[in-house]
Design a protein around this ligand. Sequence first.
Ligand code: SAH
Length: 257
Amino acid sequence: AALREGYERFDPRAYLRNNYLPPRADFSSEEFVVPWKLRCLAETFASGEIRGRTLIDVGSGPTIYQLLSACDHFEEIVATDYLAVNREELGRWVRGEPGAFDWSPFIQHVCKIEGRGEPWQDKEQRLRDRLQRILPIDVHRPDPLGAPLCPPADALLSAFCLEAVSPDRAAFARALAHVGSLLRPGGHALLLGALGESFYVAGPARLPVVPLAEADVRAALAAAGFALRELRSYEMPPALRTGVDDVDGVFFAHAQK
Ligand code: SAH
């Protein structure tokens, strides 16, 4: 209940400013956190192994950076979020409306690291075309979308959501199992998330976060029926400890159901 109340004050624009503008979104060096996240995803999708009809992104928030490498490998991307304000922010970007957040530096960077010489506008258009569904979700429900996804997703992605909406590690593990039910057996799951974080701010909202260690991520994935393929982590450099949260680092996990 406390978390739900916190999210009522979540300001998408403040969240975007805190996390997706400099200094965190600085593309001049791979040492910054946003280029690190984009590289994890680009390298993982580059294998070509993760592909199919549908990829579901859980707790998309107001962001699309996490879908830039993914969108080349799926016919449809389903974005989801608990908050209408975030789903509306995403819709503005998909429709190219004035006032939408400018993701073009992210798209340009991903095209550069993917190294195929693709014009960034082509990737932008592809993601807009494929991102047709933006659905409400609650990861605390055993049936997070309110109905099963038919057919189930071929891949599942979730970035900075489960630990940011769970009061403790047990709730995090349960939420992971709930969203795992949206994925077909054999499907791939990619998780990005915060390590050692206890709160973050988004305008007037101060959201509690369950502080995770790598071992917690491993345990929750195993308990939810996933085989871990890869786990990497990043340590937040002092220059990026800006006070918008108390995150120690970021993990990236690739697992298979
Ligand atoms: N994926 C984005 C946003 C993460 S912020 C990124 O990588 O930056 C955490 C998100 O979880 C917010 O968008 C918030 O609205 C969403 N959220 C809050 N409660 C939730 C719930 N019960 N189920 C699913 N998502 C929830």
